[in-house]
Ligand binder design. Sequence first.
Ligand code: ATP
Ligand code: MG
Length: 318
Amino acid sequence: MNYSHFVVLRQERIEQQMRAWQNQQKQIADTEQFIERFRYKATKAVQVQSRMKQLAKIERIEVDEVDTSRLSLRFPPAPRSGDFPLILEDVGKAYGSHQVFDGCTFTIRRGEKVAFVGKNGEGKSTLVKCIMDEIPYTGTLKVGHNVKIGYFAQNQAQLLDGDISVFDTIDRVAVGDIRLKIRDILGAFMFGGEASDKKVKVLSGGEKTRLAMIRLLLEPVNLLILDEPTTGLHTADVHQLVEVLQRFVDKGNTVVIIEHNMDMIKSADWVIDIGPEGGDAGGTVVAEGTPETIADSENSYTGRFLKEKLSGINKKKS
Ligand SMILES: Nc1ncnc2c1ncn2[C@@H]1O[C@H](COP(=O)(O)OP(=O)(O)OP(=O)(O)O)[C@@H](O)[C@H]1O
Ligand SMILES: [Mg+2]
């Protein structure tokens, strides 16, 4: 499907929605008028009651946003997951005699944005590979009921097919109504106009990361596990991603994100710091809490950077 065809399709769809919306608005107004007029009239009580019920039951028609200047990404509907998408008990991983981490015990609740933090090599990516069941581990790791995971690996951007275009990369995964909005979505993520016809292999590192992220967000998942998705992203893109993820959790989904970026970490509800301090061999969870708590924790290496970030914000506010 070419672009002009797409524009026409979208235009028709919006016009159709507008007509349906106008009809519904009229119907709502009529019903409200009826209720208003007869609400104190005993002889009409039953009718008024039934109209009120009718009104409450109406499924309100929504018209697609036409404005592409702000991000209008709608997540594809995913089933609701159980209340505890991830429960880890005493999870450990060793490569030969190298105990990467051990004794990782924590629970991730539905609707939370959780950040895994820690210095390079402390085992964050390895822990995620255990969660994804890509490598063997010790301890128990329970993935909750109905959990649909979308995984962004640390090298995700490199896994894209270089020989197809930006548009085709998204076109191949998008399903349903979203197919009509691919150009809008790409535009909102700064692949507007001719940029969407570029071959993936010519994209910059940051552009590839953005593209891989868009692709992931179009899958019907309820738990996103993102291993350093901000690598190579400009500050503005990081902020956009923070917003997108916030809307994702606001819908009752869950995010686990591995990050070194303080803006991203600051936006998390819960931070789990994996470090060497607490364990006798390898790493373990050395601190856990809200960004504020972590900033005050003596065990957390990340804490002090978080403290600077948080106090910087406070200074700006006062
Ligand atoms: N396949 C493997 N064989 C042996 N050692 C490995 C293997 N994969 C990872 N490791 C080691 O495990 C440790 C943890 O690596 P991991 O990639 O999980 O770190 P990380 O916390 O994600 O670091 P970063 O912040 O740099 O991404 C490192 O010391 C690494 O060298
Ligand atoms: Mg890593």
